[in-house]
Each structure stands twice: as C-alpha cells, then as structure tokens.
Design a protein around this ligand. Structure first.
Ligand SMILES: NC(=O)c1ccc[n+]([C@@H]2O[C@H](COP(=O)([O-])OP(=O)(O)OC[C@H]3O[C@@H](n4cnc5c(N)ncnc54)[C@H](OP(=O)(O)O)[C@@H]3O)[C@@H](O)[C@H]2O)c1
Length: 284
C-alpha cells in the first residue's frame, strides 16, 4: 500500500512529497511524474517513481494498487481538456481499487470559468463510486508573491478585483492539508473548503509591499477588459488572460474568501500570513 502523488514535480506536488517524507518511510511514497530526470532528487531519497501522463491512459496501467491512497493534483494544461485528463486517473484508480482518491479542486463558491474543469472532475469522481476527498484549495499567496517583478518595476499592484478580498494561503499550507488527509483517517467522502485564516484586499497587499520595500506601491484597480489587455500585452495567450481576469471578477464578488477554517483545522496550525510570503519572495 502506497501513498501516490501525481504532479509530484510541480510546485504543490514537491511540497506534498517533502512533507510526506517527514511522516512516512520513503518507500511507501510513489511520485507520479512525466519526466523521471526531474525527480532524480526524490528517487535519491528512496521515493518510488512512476512515469505517467494524463494524456496517455495506458501509462497509468499498474501505477496504482488496491488500498493505495492517491492524491490527484489537477493539471495545468488548460487547452487540453483537463476533465478528460483527470478522468484517466480516476479510471485507473477505480480499476486498481484504491482506498482513497483525493483531488485538488477549487472553492465551491468560485463561479469563474477556471472552476469549470474542477466541478466536472468532482462530478466524475463522485460518479466513480471511489472513496474521495475534495480538497477545494483557495488561492495561493504565490500567485502574487512569485510575480513581483512588474509590481516592483511600476510600483503598482494592478488587479481587476475592486475592493474584493482574498483568503489566500501558502502552497505549503495546502500541501499540509493534503498530507493530513493522506496520512490520517476518516477523510472518506469529505469536502474541505480550504483557504487562509486572514482575507486581504489588494490595497492592503500594496500597503504591505510598501512597508516591506520602503517604497510607495499603489493599488491600481482596473477593469477586467483592461487587465486582459495588459496580460495579453505581456505575452499571455488571450484565453488564459481572460480566465485570469475572470478570477479577479470573482474576487471582487467575494468568491475567493473561504471562511470556516478547514485549512488550519486540518493542518493543526494557523495558515501562513501573506506578509511572510512577501518577505520570502523579496529575499529570493
Ligand atoms: N489554488 C491556486 O491558487 C492555483 C494556482 C495555480 C494552479 N492551481 C492548480 O493546482 C495545480 C497544482 O498547482 P502547482 O502550483 O503545483 O502547479 P504546477 O507547478 O504547474 O504543477 C502542475 C503539475 O501538473 C502536472 N501535469 C500537468 N499536465 C500533466 C499531464 N498531462 N500528465 C501528468 N502530469 C501533468 C505537471 O507535471 P510536470 O511537473 O511534468 O510539469 C506538474 O507537476 C495546478 O496544476 C492547477 O491545476 C491552483
């Protein structure tokens, strides 16, 4: 019986595997990766590797075994039909008879187009009859703090979120919740709405950036059309820019404020403050 993590060489997956290694023997962990070479460090620590691609169902033959607990980390190929990709993993997990399939979804309150793939995957998972856990992850701090270059270049945070608030948390926090589910008991058929303990506005984000940098960084609230134009101007494909601007519209409506405390309850500790993520990013 293994704990199997897909997307293990991604940002979230790396946190999950690192935190699993603190709690379970390495040979009980399987990292599902597309490129074995990028997982050489995990193999060196004794983690088992399986090479598989959501686009190629046959590559999942034999990846899962009866009794495994599996974390399906949602893919990032927005243009390739993620529900069908995720169905490949669900089908393989069902055929093997895994004990649990946990899926990294999006908050139930999120109506933006970005959530459509997650809702479709949730439906497929429920229809499969597998024991499941829905980890409805809120927004990552790192969506912002790993993209500070244009902010610092222009001394401006630009968003189409009005005065909306976001209860983001660090990827490491969401990873800790996933690890709690994978290593704990009693999470079958549970849905967790995961978000940071504190919600913040973009004006507050700009103020915290100003405080930490000693510069005057303003919040420049723009329309979704303007933001889409800025993002395409910076080289993002039009559909992706529209999806991201749609998320800001959802933020303005309050859809990325995740209340209820599921994340800190699952991890047993407060979530990482946004200010800490800013500090890390500015040092990096
Ligand atoms: N909550 C949020 O704020 C937020 C923000 C961005 C994304 N997300 C979602 O959460 C997921 C995890 O976040 P992240 O930061 O870890 O993203 P990430 O670093 O982009 O990782 C995505 C992972 O999915 C894997 N993957 C993509 N397509 C695949 C395929 N066809 N077959 C097998 N594996 C595939 C990637 O494999 P490789 O390592 O081989 O590239 C990578 O490991 C994202 O994929 C996305 O669905 C959430």
């Amino acid at each position: 019986m293994s704990i199997v993590v897909t997307g293990a060489t991604g940002h979230l997956g790396r946190h999950v595997v690192a935190q699993l290694l603190d709690q379970v023997p390495a040979d009980r962990i399987t990292a599902v990766v597309r490129d074995e070479a990028r997982a050489a460090d995990l193999a060196a620590r004794g983690v088992k590797l399986a090479v598989a691609d959501y686009n190629a169902p046959e590559t999942f033959d034999g990846v899962f075994a009866a009794g495994d607990k599996v974390l399906l980390i949602s893919g990032n190929e927005f243009d390739k039909g993620r529900p069908a990709q995720h169905q490949v993993v669900i089908d393989a997990a069902r055929a093997a008879g895994v004990a649990l399939l946990a899926y990294t979804s999006a908050p139930g309150s999120l109506s933006a187009a970005l959530a459509d793939d997650h809702r479709a995957t949730e439906r497929a998972l429920l229809a499969s009859g597998l024991p499941y856990t829905l980890l409805r992850n809120g927004w990552y701090h790192e969506n912002y703090t790993e993209n500070l270059a244009p902010v610092l270049e222009h001394d401006a945070v630009v968003a189409a979120a009005g005065q909306g608030r976001v209860s983001s948390a660090a990827r490491a926090d969401y990873a800790a919740a996933a690890v709690a589910v994978l290593t704990g008991e009693g999470h079958e058929n549970a849905t967790y709405e995961l978000g940071g303990d504190e919600a913040w506005s973009f004006a507050e984000y700009a103020a915290e950036l100003s405080r930490q940098t000693g510069r005057e960084i303003a919040y420049n609230a723009v329309s979704t059309e303007t933001l889409t134009g800025i993002l395409t101007g910076a080289g993002l494909p039009g559909p992706l820019a529209a999806i991201l601007a749609g998320v800001d519209a959802s933020i303005e409506k309050g859809e990325l404020v995740v209340a209820g405390g599921d994340l800190s309850r699952l991890t047993g500790r407060p979530t990482t403050p946004l200010a800490d993520a800013i500090t890390v990013a500015l040092k990096g």
